[in-house]
Each structure stands twice: as structure tokens, then as C-alpha cells.
Design a protein around this ligand. Sequence first.
Ligand code: ATP
Ligand code: MG
Length: 569
Amino acid sequence: MAHYLYMDVTNEPSGKKSNFIQDLIDEDLKSSRFNTHVQTRFPPEPNGFLHAGHAKAICLNFGIARGYSGLFNLRFDDTNPVTENSEYVFSIRKDLEWLLGEELESDPLYTSDYFEQLYLWAELLIKDGKAYVDDQGAETISIQRGSFQEVGVDSPFRNRTPEENLLIFREMRSGAFAEGHCVLRAKIAMDHVNMNMRDPVMYRIRNERHFRTGDTWCIYPTYDWAHGQSDALEGVTHSLCTLEFDSHRELYDWFLDQLDIPSERRPYQTEFARLNFTHTVLSKRVLKRLVDDSVVEGWDDPRMPTLSGFRKRGYPASAIRSFCDHIGAAKTNGTHEIELLESFVRSELNQNADRKLAVIRPLKLTITNWPPEHIEMLTAMNNPEDPSAGSREIPFCGSLYIEHNDFMENPEPKYYRLSPGREVRLRYGYYITCNKVLKDEAGNPIELLCTYDPETSGGKSPDGRKVKATIHWVSANHAIEGKVALYERLFAVEHPGSESGDPLDDINQSSKTLLTNAMFEPSIAEATYGDVIQFERLGFFNLDQNDPILFHRTVGLRDEWANIVKRRK
Ligand code: ATP
Ligand code: MG
């Protein structure tokens, strides 16, 4: 058996132990079920990008390995040559390392590296009379499996002799048959109460090139046949998977029993609940459709619940890890509000993100009594949550931009921001009063003429005069022009597809708004990719990796999760 190097995750003290899987492992350790270490893995199929659900599985497996000073490895379950490719392998590793915040110490493992061993084991089962070649088509086999109410029917090929089976199986491998001509099935019982035990398929003929093994194979193991044995080969002690594999456990155990895997190398499967979010779909199949149908701009579109989408949007990996830690592992499926994840992102960014001023829908504002040509440098805090982040200077002059929606010509009740005759405070600056509105031919405001009160430097009035609003601004003479992309939910309803059955029917048609003449304060020129910035009053924004003047809105400032919690009480 090949020996593999694993990532050694012994360098941190045990994390908090609180979920049922950890209780189970504690018992295993007490009873010495394993005489070695605890070992876990993350086994994605390289047929798509990683999404938030995978993040949960990664954090769980990695956290357990770390908590028990054990081992963790990444294994690509690459048994389907049609849907898998190395682009996915590359992205999965990159996203996993980004999520964990560290690099794997050794290269990932691949089920395809075990194809020969799996083949030899299949021959062993055939020789023992525990597997047979069935010449029936997929449809017939499926019908013969019966149902929960009805026992299955034996295949007419079920009683082929081991010698005959071996001969045909070797011919299968050598490419003697066309696709679909026959399959290898385990010989268990067609009347088994567990449908997965009704002579499951182990090998199919597929004349397809595999992205790693090339044309070496024309028969490919099924996931059911490969999965448990791959864990055993790697020395995985605790095979953690999602609840839908619950009924496969018996089959995995059956295979391991037939192969005489020694008990200390035997993986034990435990199931945990899948992660689901409102307004979100976590299924690679659906996510791939969104990409293929150009509903989004690729797997890493900031609206996608993929790790690469989260990264582009500005979600810190540590916030995703904290979220996964918070939800832990549960034994029953449920759906989390997407606002909860966003609240983890927001509260982390709130601690760390520098604040800056930006106007994303600019409206010109001229201060008519400002000394011509005069520029005043105003001091602004970089992060009120973190005094060590220091301060910066922002230029202020008589020609500014403010946000279009911070002005209303005929203010509604409770609208306290700028309107004709009203005074407001400019952030870090002075009190201003709007005196006149200049309009275009259609009657839309295009410029506001205001006066400032020189006595209100620093935003304070010496006579104690109060204003009800503080609005942000940028100097029109110094602003850097750029773009911002605002995102709304990709799906308009809480449970996409619940009505029609197809989540794509519930796509929110206006989930992205690109604003192309946003105005940023000059210090934005120093922003570097990877730093998320809070544009005051607008939200958190992440600089695009390739476009130096494009910012993606990560999350807004309002804590929607707090509102949900309040409503529930
Ligand atoms: P999808 O349903 O999106 O296609 P998958 O389960 O087919 O996902 P795999 O590549 O097989 O994708 O997943 C690798 C691992 O991630 C599996 O162990 C699986 O249990 C886990 N996983 C996948 N989706 C979720 C989820 N929503 N919540 C928790 N774990 C998940
Ligand atoms: Mg799967």
C-alpha cells in the first residue's frame, strides 16, 4: 500500500469541543477503537468550485484533526471522467487554503491513484463469489432493484461462476466492450431492506479520457465502491459526511468487511447535517447552470455562494471560519438565515476595515461663500473601532460631491437630510445650508448652491445649534473617479425553487447594479487588493483584483441579523 504524507496539524492547541462528533471521538479514544491518531479528510469531487457548504465540511474536518492533534488531508474523489477537470482541482485547493488561511503541507491525494488497488480488490471480490458481471442495461437494473415496499429481482447473470466473471471483468478492463454493455455489481442481496445493498454497481464502462489517468482506464469505479476503500487506504479514522449518505454506511462497511481491512485502518463514518441558507442554493449542479447559462459572471461572481465568490466580494476567510465554528455540527438538516453569515462578515470588517469617504451617486454641491482656490485639509479617523489605525487628511474645498439621495427638494416627513433652506453637517467638516437648486431641462437637480458657517469647523457649532443629519462628501477637485458594484440577493425568495421545483425560476433579475461614476476621496489610490474598506454610510467594499477602480460591495452597514433576532423575540 502506498504511503502518503499528510498535513500535520499539530501546531495549535485544541479548539473548543462541543459537537456530537467530538463526543463520539472522545469515546473512540477512551475505548481505544483506534490505536493511532485521529485522521479526517475533505473529499470533494473536482466537478465544480467549492461553496459555503463545503466550507462547513472543511472547517469541521480540519477543526477535528487540529483539536485532536491529528491529521487532515484533501482527497479528490475523481471517479467521473466526464465532469471532472484540473481547473476544478486547482480552484478547490486554492479556495481550501484560502479558507483555512494556510497552505497544505503536502500535495492532495486522489482516488484515481487507487484505481489499480481498487481494481485488484474487485477481482478479489469476484474470486470470492461476491461480485458479478451483469449484461443488463441500466434501466433494467434499476427496475429490478425494486422499491421500499417491494423486494428486488435477481439478475439472470447473478449466478455466473467466479471464473467466468473474472474473464469478462478483465475483458471489460481491456476495452473489449462498448459503453453500457455490462457492469460489475456486488453480490449482496436483492431483497435487502436497505436499497443500497441490492447488488450495487461497482464498475461501469466509460470510454472517456480521465484528466489524470488519461486513457489508461475504460472502466471507472462508482463512488460507492471507491469511497470507503479510499478512506481506508489513507488511514482515515473518522469519515465525516453529510446525512444523505447515512444509508450508504452499511454498504461501505460491507465492502470493508469483505476486504479484511484491519480494524486499526478501518474508517468509521459519521453523518452531519448539510449547510443550507435562505435565498441561496448550495448545489454544484445548480451553481454550474448559473455559470453555464451566464446568469452570473463565472464561479467567482460576488453573488455566488462559492468561496471564490465570497473572496471576490470581500468576505474574510476568518469570518467564514467563525461562522462555521458557531453553527457547529448538527444531526438534523436545517436552514440558516443568510443574514447570520453576513453578520459574521460585518462584525469582523467593522473591527478591521479602514473608513473612507466615497460618493457613489454624485450630486454637485458648491459652497458659494468658500474662499476661492482655498483648500483645507481635514483630519479623519481611519477606524473608530481601532485607534491604532490612526488618521488621515482629506482635502475640503468649495466644490464637492454629495450623495444624490442625501438631497430632497420636497422632503418627506422624517427626511432630515439636505433640502432647500435646511442646514446639515458635512462629515468632519462644517455646517452647510442649501440655498438654491440648479436643474436640468427635465427638472432634475444637477447642482446645489450652499453656504457654510465658518464657525462650525470640526462639525461643532459654538452657539450649540443642532443639525439633524451628517452627510458624507468628497472634494470634486480631488476626487478619484471609479466604479462600484452593488449586489442584492441572487434569488428573490427565501427558498429558491420551492414553488416550481427549479431554483432558476426565482432568480432576482436586478441582483447587480454597476455605478460607473462613483467619486472616491484621494487616499483611495493607496488601497490594495485584499483590504476591505468601509465607505462611510454606504457599506463595506472590496477592491477588485484586476480592475484598480472597481469596488464590490461586500455587505451593507445595517445589521439585518439583529433585526431578525429582535422580530423573533
Ligand atoms: P453538491 O451537492 O453541491 O454537488 P457534493 O456533496 O456533491 O456537493 P462533493 O464534492 O461530493 O460535493 O462534496 C465534498 C464534501 O463536502 C462531501 O463530504 C460533502 O458531504 C460535503 N458537502 C457538500 N455540500 C455540503 C453542504 N451543503 N453542507 C455540508 N457539507 C457539504
Ligand atoms: Mg457528492
